[in-house]
Design a binder for this molecule. Sequence first.
Ligand code: FA5
Length: 343
Amino acid sequence: MSQNQLDEIKKSALNDFEKAQNRVELYNAKVQYLGKTGAFTEIMKSMASMPKDQKPVFGKKVNEVKDLLEKLYVHLESQLEQKEIQFRMQNEKLDLTLPGSQTVMGHLHPIQVVTEEIFKVLSRLGYSLRTGPLIEKDYYNFEALNLPENHPARDMQDTFFVDKTHVLRTHTSPIQVHSLENEKLPLRIMGTGPVFRCDSDISHLPHFHQVEGMCVDENISMADLKGTIAYFIKEFFGRELKTRFRPSFFPFTEPSAEFDCSCPVCKGQGCSMCNNSGWIEIGGAGLINPKVFEHAKVDTSKWQGFAFGFGIERMAIIKYGIEDIRLFPENDLRFLKQFNEQS
Ligand code: FA5
């Protein structure tokens, strides 16, 4: 390979690079000269048979030409790219009258919507959120709540046992005990999350959600509990609704009550939702039994409290007038889409 031949290749390469009309042609020219099997690889191979003293000088020249071509390639490529963009901008037209492609927006599950509404109302009364473990010690789910082993009231909650001392929590009331043990008084909490019972029919689920309100302070009475529940029902369902308390029994409250609201569907006139009674049961409540305080080592001469608990799915079926509670966890889109507030 001579200097003249190298000059010829350089001239031809410069010419081919400059001639390229687009980036594909430019790339092909690059491969032809600088690629693995291109002209410059051949030049390097031919240098093997060159006299030793000529190799460094010739090699330097070869590298200079390669360097020049590589720089030229980068420069020309960016020029051609600009040209292509300009061409597209001049020739492509934007038709603003074409119909757009519709984006399908998701939305919150109705149970989540109801849960957030409940939190909003209770947080206005100063309640803050707690959760607690789903696999709960028998002690927290039952015993510390004044439900000792073999107590008949345990039968009210058909329980999934994990082993002899652990259960899938059957209610959110154990959160009361965790908070009483670990937090400073006075206290206002809303404990929430999934709970589990061996139940399944039109108004019962094996896996549902509860909210537990607990207020511990000095001089707390049933009047505070009733005021809180009445405010909550009005804020959640509507100001015209009434609240009623019926005596009941929960081992962890004394006295205990169940509370109902006047039926939000028929406004108390009687309909299929309320079995023609005009009232719908919401949940359980009462003043915290001193036995629960004793388990958590709370000074009962100073502190009193009330607690209430209800099911979130039940609140949702009442609010939306749904007949079968099992529709919520089925996740059938035909059902869920009806709760899209944007549509
Ligand atoms: C309790 O679970 C008590 N822990 C409530 C409580 C808290 C009382 C604090 C006193 C003080 P009960 O088992 O009644 O109570 O359940 C409360 C609510 O959960 C019911 O009113 C109902 O709304 C809901 N619920 C109960 N079982 C199911 C179920 N299987 N599916 C859906 N919701 C249910």
